[in-house]
Ligand binder design. Structure first.
Ligand code: GLU
Length: 428
């Protein structure tokens, strides 16, 4: 199997062509600072002891404490988590947040566990990594198949271990447990701001544009809901079980309601229903959804969804990356050749970590903002960085991804250089 991290690193080759970096910087980018693999014992409901494998990778902390989510998925591996920690490092720098990057995960299908088993697993994870995290060291958050409830359990476990209230160790917590208003839908909201900035430049109106959304979790759902509200025509939605299509358009909130109402809520943490259970829409496969003849394709599921095999079939003119790493580097080249514009993940999905930063600031200050303030600050930050990246891409005639990486890498490189002693050896 190909290494996701090796593919992620390939992006840097292009970026390094457009900026003068010291070899210190290039060397630093090749290695995560700390990779921890932990065995997580969990007492299952039937009395058995089961050991799960968990990871936490802190990629780089030159610009501040490391920051990044925790994912629960059967495909979680050290290679995947390392790539995700690398992307978090770039993403935080792209947004100019005072954070480095990290990521964590547990190799598990959370839908196979009861609610109590899931809580024990989440607490076990915190016990396993407690020594390397903290509000000034490494800050956790939700990612694929983790949510505010799980962050609440984790924050509580950390409080019990440290015997102190340290809410800043985790963001994306429930609002009643020191979370921030606006965090839940921040990724979708940020992605919509980035898309709208791009469309404004191209003088395109939402009303005339069709959209297909792959991934109907937190990020994909809230994006679809907010995009529908401002007039985009959402014609296709896919989740992990399949996809639906309607030429006339779908109402994301109704689709979600249906998904939840018509099925058990299982552990009450995850929705077991699927968008495919809606009878009166055309059912298609997830692959067909990616290849629909739409204006905008939103990839909000997992990495490696568009690769060299299907990149040539993408009909959309714009791909909005809400997932991390949904397009491989080989696919990037094919899309670029075909004139498809990719709004890259390190910018397009950065709304989540930006509001995580706001949550961390509020936790540290002990002073909480109203929702309008959170939303207004998110819009200001993400549109500022998006505009800078779009200008850089125009100026250097490079892809939006290369421009975004360039913006992030230059900021990280500045920090590494200022911190280091290389200049002494270069006799500068
Ligand atoms: N998991 C989200 C991401 O990939 C959020 C991370 C965070 O808020 O720290 O950006």
């Amino acid at each position: 199997m190909n290494s996701i991290f090796a593919d992620a690193q390939k992006r840097l080759v292009d970026v390094f062509k457009y900026t003068e970096l010291t070899d210190d910087v290039e060397e630093t980018f090749k290695h995560p600072k700390l990779s921890l693999c932990v065995s997580l014992p969990v007492r299952m409901d039937d009395g058995r002891l089961k050991i799960f494998t968990g990871y936490r990778v802190q990629f780089n902390d030159t610009r501040g404490p490391t920051k990044g989510g925790i994912r629960y998925h059967p495909d979680v591996s050290l290679d995947e988590i390392t790539s995700l920690s690398f992307w978090m490092t770039i993403k935080c720098a792209v947004m100019n947040l005072p954070f480095g990057g990290a990521k964590g995960g547990i190799c598990v299908n959370p839908k196979d566990l009861s609610r109590l088993e899931l809580e024990r697993l989440s607490r076990s994870y915190i016990r396993g990594i407690a020594d390397i995290i903290g509000p000034k060291r490494d800050i956790l958050a939700p990612d694929v198949y983790t949510n505010a409830t799980i962050m609440g359990w984790m924050a509580d476990e950390y409080t019990q271990i440290k015997r102190q209230q340290l809410p800043g160790v985790i963001t994306g917590k429930p609002v009643h447990l020191n979370g921030s208003l606006g965090r839940e839908y921040a990724t979708g909201r940020g992605a919509l701001h980035v898309l709208q900035q791009w469309l404004d430049r191209k003088k395109l109106q939402p009303q005339n544009l069709t959209v297909a959304v792959q991934g109907f979790g937190n990020a994909g759902y809230h994006f679809a809901r907010l995009a529908h509200r401002v007039g985009f025509n959402i014609v296709g939605i896919a989740d992990s079980k399949g996809a639906i299509y309607s030429k006339k358009g779908l109402e994301p909130q109704k689709v979600m309601q249906h998904k939840q109402e018509h099925h058990d809520l299982g552990t009450m943490l995850y929705c077991d229903g699927s968008v495919c259970d809606l009878q009166h829409y055309q059912k298609i496969s997830s692959q067909e959804l990616l290849e629909l003849d739409v204006d905008i394709l939103v990839v909000a599921a997992l990495e490696n969804q568009i690769d060299k095999d299907n990149a040539g079939n993408i009909m959309a003119q714009i791909v909005l990356e809400i997932a991390n790493g949904p397009v491989t580097s080989e696919a990037d080249a094919i899309l670029e050749k075909n004139g498809v514009v990719v709004l890259p993940d390190v910018l397009a999905n950065a709304g989540g970590v930006t509001v995580s930063y706001f949550e961390w600031v509020q936790n540290r200050a002990g002073y909480y903002w109203v929702e309008e303030k959170v939303n207004a600050r998110l819009e200001k930050c993400i549109t500022r960085e998006a505009r800078a990246i779009f200008d850089l891409a125009d100026e250097k005639r490079i892809s939006l991804r290369t421009a975004a990486y360039l913006q992030g890498v230059n900021r990280i490189a500045g920090a590494i250089t200022q911190q280091g002693t290389r200049e002494y050896f270069l006799n500068k």
